[in-house]
Design a protein around this ligand. Structure first.
Ligand code: COI
Length: 356
């Protein structure tokens, strides 16, 4: 895919929102990227157009069978005015693993990164500058055949939209409380858990709504077979520090392989810490808590960055972690990761990509 991206700029630029009250995912920039796929023509007509609604036939396959995947990444503005992306190829590579799982056509990684860069550059005035804010990038692929038979679509759209955002959770970077979901499960091995499939999130909303009613911001998913092993939290991967060892569930096929997760594991190893990717049961975690050995818990994700977990509720046992305060490791990870992402720290790992 090497076609030129056609650009049609808006004649009606929108008013920008107050950067201090962005929240997450509520505002969208002036432009969007879109390209089409059809069998025989592959991906074609890449273009940037004014941000606008999509017109879809009511029979469009994605509306019925949910053949849809998405990604999440961010663009950051450094204090010296550089526009930075964080490991964008890793997200494009994951798009392709998600596409493959959902029987959708893959996208050339370099072209995908180029499309993201071109769009962000055009809407660069939308990258917010207040501390803790960034421009969230949401690439997604949907199936578009107007056909009610159940089969993979022959046509698709790859779209990228941008949203200036603040912290994902309303409590900002303060510790969040999480409900350990006892009944519903997110994914099983062999299913779609490792893909960023839209349906994974739809299936999680029932549990999330129940947890919210109980006063918890998200759920911690247990494995789909025994409801015993910890998997991930609604919008992030999860890490625990037990007696100096940092443990995160291994990628068994039902867990999202997070780009932030991967970067955190790398950083912890780089710092000489003991990190284990392995199965960890909720019982093991509870026992560690009872013995006073559970030192920290935190989530990782593009949207959530590093999000300390202050409390877990498991079968009405309230597990309060580190006195509901951000732990030392979560703190150091947050500072280092955001330091690299915003260009404050030297990027010794080659993770940032500048948009010029
Ligand atoms: C992200 O961290 O980018 C995500 O996609 C998580 C969530 C907003 C669905």
């Amino acid at each position: 895919m090497s076609a030129q991206i056609k650009i049609e700029t808006t004649k009606h630029p929108k008013l920008k929102p107050d950067q201090k009250n962005l929240g997450f995912g509520k505002y969208f920039t002036d432009h969007m990227f879109i390209m089409d796929y059809s069998e025989g023509k592959s991906w074609h007509e890449p273009r940037i157009i004014p941000y606008q609604p999509l017109v879809l036939d009511p029979a469009t396959s994605v509306l019925h069978y949910g053949q849809a995947i998405f990604e999440g990444m961010k663009a950051y503005l450094s204090t010296d005015g550089r526009m930075l992306l964080f490991r964008p190829r890793r997200n494009m590579e994951r798009i392709n693993r998600s596409d493959d799982r959902m029987c959708m056509p893959t996208i050339d990684v370099d072209f995908g990164v180029e499309a993201i860069k071109t769009l962000v550059k055009l809407d660069k005035d939308w990258i917010p500058t207040v501390v803790g804010t960034s421009l969230y990038i949401r690439p997604f692929v949907i199936s578009t055949d107007p056909f009610l038979g159940v089969r993979a679509s022959n046509t698709y759209k790859f779209i990228i939209i941008l949203s200036p955002v603040g912290a994902y959770y309303p409590q900002g970077i303060a510790p969040v409380n999480i409900y350990v979901e006892p009944e519903y499960v997110r994914a099983v091995r062999g299913g779609t858990g490792f893909a960023k499939a839209a349906g994974n999130y739809a299936g999680g909303m029932k549990a999330q709504t129940i947890a919210a009613k109980k006063g918890y911001v998200q759920v911690l998913w247990l494995d789909g077979i025994e409801r015993k092993y910890i998997e991930e939290v609604g919008a992030m991967n999860v890490f625990f520090k037990v007696k100096g060892e940092v443990i995160t569930p291994d990628l068994s096929g039902s867990i999202l392989p997070g780009v932030t997760r991967e970067s955190v594991i790398f950083l912890l190893k780089h710092w000489g810490m003991k990190v284990s990717e392995r199965k960890i049961s909720i019982h093991e975690l509870f026992e560690a808590y009872q013995k006073g050995e559970l030192e920290e818990a935190f989530g990782t994700g593009t949207a959530a960055v590093i999000s300390p977990i202050g409390e877990l509720n498991w079968n009405e046992h309230r597990i309060v972690i580190n006195n509901n305060k951000t732990g030392e490791v979560a703190h150091k990870l947050y500072d280092t990761l955001t330091g690299i992402q915003y260009g404050r720290f030297k990027d010794e790992f080659g993770w940032t990509v500048e948009i010029k």
